[in-house]
Design a binder for this molecule. Sequence first.
Ligand code: ADP
Ligand code: MG
Length: 722
Amino acid sequence: MFARGNGSASPTIPRCPMIKRSLDDPVQFIKGVGPKRAVLLDRLSLRTVEDCLYFLPRRYEDRSRVRRIAQLTAGEQSTFEGKIVNAGTYAIGRRKKIFEVILQDETGVIRAKWFRFNEKYFREKYRPGLAAIVSGKPAFNRRLGSGLEIVHPDMEIAADEGVDALEIGRVVPVYPTTEGLHPKAIRKIMKHVVDEYAPLMEEILPEDIVRKYHLPPVSEALRFCHFPPEGGDVSALENFRTPEQERLIFEELYLLQLGLAHRKKLAGQAERGNPLRTRGDTVRRFVKLLQFELTGAQKKALAEIMDDLEKERPMNRLLFGDVGSGKTAVALTSLLTAVDNGFQGALMAPTELLAEQHYLNIRPYCEKLGVTLELATSAATQRERKKIQESIQDGTTQIAVGTHALIQRDVQFRNLGLAVIDEQHRFGVLQREAIAKKGFAPHVLVMTATPIPRSLALTLYGDMDVSVLDELPPGRKPIATQLFHENRREEAYDLLRREIAGGGQAYVVCPLIEESEALDMKTVIEIRKYLQEELFPGRRVGLIHGKMKKEERQQIMSRFKAGEIDILTATTVIEVGIDVPNATVMIVEHAERFGLSQLHQLRGRVGRGGELSHCLLMAYHPLSEEARARLNAMLKTGDGFAIAEEDLAIRGPGDFMGTRQSGLPSLRIANLARDIKIIEKARKEAFDTIDQDPCLDRPAHRGLKRAFQKYFGDRIKLMDVI
Ligand code: ADP
Ligand code: MG
């Protein structure tokens, strides 16, 4: 039979070709995007239309208020109207050319300048006599001494048909961009995307949450964030505090926390672990061996850990503690608990040097306790390595210390009961999982010396339980920190000399090992030579860096520890974990080159005994604004958590340690430094959601489930939770 009078198209051959739009459309489908631009967009990680929709402006420029020229102030982004009184090029030097336009209104004159321009086009467009609308940041030109100028402004001719409505007379979105893609071009592309695709966005947030927080619909929120309507609160917008922006931030953080909540739920009913009997014989003997009383914080953390170890479900706990708070004693007590129960323990560190130090530190205890200890690093020879592996495999080794070599495939434990991972920020989430997968569902304790802001802890470690060592062992004095510039080197060395004369020891830390042509930096080898030969001929100046052989390194460290070396010149290999209480002074060469948390870690190498210690930061010009901020933070506080907050504020969340290698999706909209309140809300709601519907199987969560899977991809899979 033939269908008659049926006007609709057959399912296979549409009568009139119609393209069905989808959020998964590749960017080429967008008006104004061809293959060339698609490549540029790809560089910004924009592959589909949906990527573009969630590609929000980094900031906004208020070009809605038009000012008079006399009202303009240097450094303040503004929009004004003026008449072109003169336009043309002039040369500076032999090769450079500048295009300059002089603008005027009843109140004053200003010059606009371009260093990059298409002369023909500019001459055509900016003719004297025409009125222009200009947006940009005026600045003083000292050399000219003639008032304000404005470099590379956005300039449109007022009489032109439809002055670009996206550019002028409104709050303009500013997107991150890439070379070859003009900001204006991105705005145009985004306008098409928003107009044509935003309405396709599906609501994924559960209805009760939308209602509870009065969240605007997602398509409206997106439209608003890309092209804010007139008359809004610009300052709220700039601070990402409009309800529309907060809605999108909430959505992203909610998704992220759903993943963490799901993982934690899974872990909570994971394979059976090994419940351990705590406070056994070896542990008791160990506590007696310690020459100090554990701090309240150490006792509390240990109580929490012991509680976990007694349970059938494997522990997954994070131990936070500032540098020097005494994490090693906590770790060793936990490892010995495993030993008391006939299990093996593993202690992993991010660097060989640190693994070696752990090994040397705990060896005396293990010897006295009759516990077998092995150091397994990749530096060992083939034969040694094989022997160590065998002893780990047959259970002869009770505690194995090493780097991540310990979790490589060829190392098999007979019965691993507890894995302690020190200085977690160097390990990715995936490595953490690798050790947990070593067979027997071991308990896992992760320790980090880099205190991280709460917001980051709630995301990076959102699926773990947390203990905090918020107390330093008694008698520690704050480390006197001073900043020296190159011209005051002598003073710094005088201080060092006095400390050594008084029986102390010193570190001198440098950024590089060998001469680097590109960077004119004092190198560790050069500095050592200089210190030994010129400044301290009567003293023993040592050298340690990452390219040395293990044996040599160990030897240097033990000699330093034994007081046989007065001044240790070092690279950042000593950044973490090194513990020499008699070292009372540290000079950091090129302190401006180090990151803030790195400086804090380095500083933590001194001040470990009862003496007042000094950290002398040597800085070289020119100092970037960020470097200055980092150094100031070091002078201002010694508190690791305060440092961490500063660090997050200075660097922004993008490259804050660990976020990128954490194994979690990177954040597109939310900002960990800015959005802590929203994180907490989103976290609570996400954990509630997973509590009620662990795999998001309810019909009401269908869209949410899809969004979850898309967001995490292979990183976190929704798995059955019973
Ligand atoms: P971190 O937390 O940086 O790893 P460590 O475990 O290396 O700190 O401890 C730093 C120093 O403090 C070590 O010399 C250690 O012996 C000492 N220490 C640890 N706990 C105490 C305590 N309760 N009382 C006194 N000293 C302690
Ligand atoms: Mg340590």
